[in-house]
Write a protein that binds this ligand. Structure first.
Ligand code: SF4
Ligand code: SF4
Length: 301
């Protein structure tokens, strides 16, 4: 759970293409005294907007990989027989990309010729941006353990917030509803759900809401580009009412979102008087909602 003082807010969308990254970038520009975390460790993209300057780089040691010591191996062939993934070659070498670290070969090797060290699965970083510190990471190609890496960078963000007296952690969540998403939202105070007015957007929203309900985390919905399909937007509004979700608001389609992205700027930097101001108003509303949660102990029922 969050410490009593530091609030953690995650932004999720269920899938890509809803404008979530632009929105997180905008909130990064608006919210003072926060720590940013990019929890999309498989395909991080917040750095494209925020141009982080790395000041700390650490190795992420995730799963284990089998390594055969050829000098100890008697070539009995048992490890090849028990490895379901055919990760061991005829000359008894382990292909690291095929090995999933189950440890079965290690267990069965009669002469203990297989080492099982922790493997480097990626890196994580603490960076400075023009809007404050950002904790982010990059998981290696074809690596597992994204949930573990997300948990690690969230803890780093908490430590940093505590150390620097920052009261809010803003989390950019990954797409989908899998392990890294669960790791991104557990223990947060609320989740901001960015959706778009399409039937698939509604379907994805529903999947994420189920997840939040399971973890008893309050959700708040923002319909982005609502005017592109007003009828579906109304369906989403009905859905929010029926599911006790706070509707934070609706944003219209606006070409400045793409223009700002191309200019590598956040929306409030690029369009401070237009969409930037609207997002600022929405954030004020989100803060009211957060204070209300504190009073009511509100959660998705
Ligand atoms: S089980 Fe052990 S001894 Fe047998 S082939 Fe594999 S590594 Fe070599
Ligand atoms: S640890 Fe598991 S996956 Fe890796 S080589 Fe051994 S048996 Fe195969």
């Amino acid at each position: 759970m969050s410490s009593t003082k530091i609030k953690e807010i995650a932004v999720l969308s269920g899938k890509g293409g809803t404008g979530k990254t632009s929105l997180v970038g905008a909130l990064a520009a608006i919210i003072p005294d926060k720590v940013l975390v990019d929890c999309d460790v498989d395909a991080p993209d917040l750095h494209l907007l925020l141009d982080p300057q790395k000041r700390k780089t650490e190795r992420f040691l995730g799963g284990r990989k089998a390594v055969i010591r050829s000098e100890s191996c008697t070539a009995c062939g048992l490890c090849r027989e028990v490895c379901n993934l055919q990760a061991i070659s005829e000359d008894y070498r382990v292909a690291p990309f095929s090995c999933e670290g189950c440890g079965v070969c290690v267990h069965f090797c009669p002469v203990q010729a297989i080492d099982f060290p922790l493997a480097e699965c990626g890196q994580w970083f603490v960076s400075d941006t023009r809007f404050g510190p950002l904790v982010h990471a990059q998981l290696g190609v074809a690596q597992e353990n994204s949930g573990l890496l997300v948990a690690l960078i969230r803890q780093q963000a908490r430590d940093l917030a505590e150390e620097q007296g920052r009261e809010l952690i803003l989390i950019d969540g990954p797409p989908g509803i899998g392990c890294p998403v669960i790791s991104s939202v557990t223990g947060t105070d609320a989740v901001l759900l960015v959706t778009e007015p399409t039937l698939s957007g509604l379907h994805d929203l529903n999947r994420v809401v189920e997840l939040l309900r399971h973890f008893k985390i309050p959700g708040l919905v923002l319909i982005n580009k609502f005017d592109l399909q007003a009828a579906v937007s109304r369906k989403i509004e009905d859905y929010c009412r029926e599911n006790d979700l706070g509707l934070l608001g609706k944003l219209p389609y606006d070409p400045v979102v793409t223009q700002a992205m191309v200019a590598a700027q956040t929306i409030p930097e690029y369009a401070p008087d237009g969409l930037g101001r609207e997002i600022g108003v929405l954030w004020e509303r989100a803060l009211e909602f957060l204070n209300q949660i504190k009073k009511d102990g509100h959660e998705i029922r």
